[in-house]
Design a binder for this molecule. Structure first.
Ligand SMILES: C[S@@+](CC[C@H](N)C(=O)[O-])C[C@H]1O[C@@H](n2cnc3c(N)ncnc32)[C@H](O)[C@@H]1O
Length: 231
């Protein structure tokens, strides 16, 4: 990474730690970094080092921690149209990196659900260091917790698990989707067939964004208002 980007990352980190942050200028700074260097740049801004070891007691079927790439997260933000008014839920949030980045880029509130206690502590430490008052991290099995996060508007899954746990999360999200339209974003994760989740036109092979169709609230799309019809 060239010195200029490294220095800018250090300056931005210092600003964030002093409570001086603006999503638009943060996004412009990130986009000025070449794509191949963005993950390293974000780790510098967030003050993250080596990947942590996973808990040996991680239950079978639960995928170990691996951070989602910055470019995949930029695509999630674009395709799911994440806004400051959203509540973005990271299902399997690891060190809190993805949720923190989405918050810094969009101003959205973020909630992470994570089964590994040490990662939850590290994520809370990250949020405290960067004064991210609208980021919170909950410890537990996301398959049991996700349905209780009724304030969530966007649920993000970077391959935390599949099979029965994924089916349970999808079933539990249905009751939230009956109250208002939600979006479900999956990176590298095939979704089970679900009649109330409609895929958005794909923009990348690793990303699928779905919109729920159970609620009749108006849904704003790029300046127009269209009505989502109950199926
Ligand atoms: C592939 S990593 C994704 C991390 C993060 N979402 C990101 O994009 O950077 C999957 C994460 O899900 C967590 N996980 C796996 N099974 C889980 C479960 N049942 N409940 C909550 N978290 C789980 C793992 O501990 C790991 O941190």
């Amino acid at each position: 990474m060239v010195g200029g980007h490294r220095e800018r990352a250090a300056r931005i980190r210092a600003d964030i730690e002093r409570g001086r942050h603006d999503p638009a200028s943060f996004r412009a700074a990130l986009l000025s970094v070449p794509p191949g260097e963005r993950d390293d740049w974000v780790d510098r801004v967030l003050g993250l080092g080596e990947l942590p070891d996973d808990d040996p007691e991680l239950p079978a079927g639960c995928v170990p921690y691996l951070p989602c790439s910055v470019d995949a997260l930029l695509r999630v933000i674009e395709q799911a149209r994440v806004r400051a008014s959203d509540v973005f839920v990271d299902v399997g949030s690891g060190l809190g990196r993805a949720a923190a980045l989405v918050h810094l880029l969009t101003g959205a509130s973020v909630i992470g659900l994570e089964i590994q206690p040490r990662l939850v502590l590290a994520a809370r430490d990250l949020a405290a260091r960067l004064l991210l008052s609208r980021a919170s991290y909950v410890e537990g099995d996301a398959a049991k917790l996700a349905g209780f996060i009724t304030i969530g508007s966007i649920f993000f899954l970077y391959c935390p698990f599949s099979g029965d746990r994924l089916a349970k999360v999808v079933a539990d999200l249905e009751s939230i989707a009956r109250t208002r339209t939600i979006r479900v974003c999956c990176v590298d994760l095939p979704m089970p067939a679900c009649p109330w989740l409609v895929p958005e036109p794909p923009i990348a092979p690793d990303l699928a964004v779905y919109r729920s169709t159970l609620c009749e609230e108006p849904f704003r799309r790029e300046g127009t208002v269209s009505r989502v019809v109950r199926s």
